[in-house]
Design a protein around this ligand. Structure first.
Ligand code: CA2
Length: 147
């Protein structure tokens, strides 16, 4: 059985911590990856952490991850329009947690309408970067007790 979890971050999240701290906090993407790696290592799981601003690259990584133990994805703005990423997510056989750092329901109305949310296992929104840790902990539980 695979013990690999993918942490995938979408467009602009490479700049986390540099802009709009009131919405996204001061933590960087490196902090997010370190947080998730700590959870993975504690449970002897492998973490593959990647970020991209390119839709085709995210699709390729979802194909690669489709038989993994789990996926934590912050699709960022891809979640509002990318049917290609929606289709790639549908091919994933593992649990997928969609994470958003900010609370999508406290922002512009259109931001609360992720087209991916109905396909993934679950969504965490508005808990800052702690949402990534919670998503990792949830996957760890599922891996330990499948079904
Ligand atoms: O809250 C989230 O995690 C988001 O997925 C972040 C996306 C945004 O389009 C979603 O509505 C919510 C990306 C925001 C722009 O990227 C930034 C990166 C660093 C600092 C500020 C913005």
């Amino acid at each position: 059985m695979t013990t690999r979890i993918y942490l995938l971050n979408g467009p602009n999240l490479n700049l986390l911590g540099e802009r709009e701290p009131a919405l996204y906090g001061h933590h960087t993407l490196a902090d997010v990856e370190a947080l998730c790696r700590t959870v993975a290592e504690r449970h002897r799981l492998e973490l593959v952490a990647r970020q991209t601003n390119a839709e085709h690259e995210m699709i390729g990584w979802l194909h690669e991850a489709r038989h993994a133990a789990g996926i934590v994805i912050n699709p960022a703005a891809f979640c509002y329009h990318s049917v290609a990423i929606l289709d790639a997510l549908k091919m994933c056989e593992c649990p997928v947690v969609e994470v958003h750092i900010s609370n999508l329901y406290r922002r512009d109305d259109w931001r609360s309408k992720s087209i991916l949310a109905g396909t993934v296992t679950g969504v965490i929104t508005g808990l800052g970067i702690d949402g990534y840790r919670l998503a990792m902990e949830h996957l760890v539980q599922l891996i330990a007790k499948p079904g």
